[in-house]
Design a protein around this ligand. Sequence first.
Ligand code: NGS
Length: 333
Amino acid sequence: MKKVSVATKEVPVNLFKIWIISSSLNLLLWALPFIFGKYTDVTFPYIAGNDIVQELVSLVGTLQGDVHWCPPISPYLENSIRLHDNSDIKIVPKEILVLKFGIQNGGMWKPSVCQSRYKVAVVIPYRNRTHHLKQFLSHLHPFLIRQQLDYRIIVVEQYGNSEFNRAKLLNIGFVETLKLVDVDCFIFHDVDLLPVNDFNIYACTYLPRHMYSAVDTFRYQLPYRNLFGGTIAIQRIHFRAVNGFSNQFYGWGGEDDDFYSRIERKSLRIIRFDPKIATYIMLPHPKVLPSEDRFHRMNEGKTSQDYDGLSDLSYEIIDKKLYQLYTWFLAAC
Ligand code: NGS
């Protein structure tokens, strides 16, 4: 009898101890950036701030007409960190953005005083995020304009209620963009990620680039070294060489890891910029349940890369429009 009562008393005490220890550890992890500063856990190689310009690849050919090249570093970049947290993102009415900067229909802009060294298409996979899209456009247009880029923003919205297929939307964005414009550099960008630092230049590098090295929601760390999600920059020839993304990933997760493997299988490498420059904030959104078959898909991807991707892409464009701040495709996929 005595033994039983001792055992029943000890169990809750131990659980409580475990809970206290694990909560304290969590708290400590969370507090590290505040104690030692941000970017404390940088265990991956990256391109240092001063070397970034040498890594950028122009891809725009020769000068057109009687203009000169824009300088390698735009004089309009601002040194101060522009965003501190997601409460700083104000929505600017589209009429004001258009009037202030002269953005062309379809979300296009290029400098008029010089020829940009970098021409890029920013492609956003999208569904049901109106507020985020307004915040994203309010932030990104002025950001890209300060960088003196020749750019176009393309939103590819998924039609219907089937599970979201981020990767396929990006393949569609790639193909449809090339029907409209001759561009050699693609930036595939989630709508809820906003770059903080003006020196994070939105142009392609010689190698495919994972664009965030530090995100506020990950305590300004990188969750794992092979992460290739959220925002990437990739040259058209590289995207074609890896046969784009897999079309098979419906639901949340894994499509970016699969894409990373596609890059490795074709003997490419990825790079990142200095975390102090490639810093992002993430707009708040509810967590989605991960797709159950994502690991199975990733496993299949080991052998299906050459016939699953751009090569077998099938979809229907239900509607398209040139809105003032972006080119919009509604795609059934
Ligand atoms: C991994 C997912 C990736 C995802 C990454 C970051 O676990 O698709 O988390 O997600 N891979 C798998 O599920 C296999 S995040 O924290 O940004 O929501 O991109």
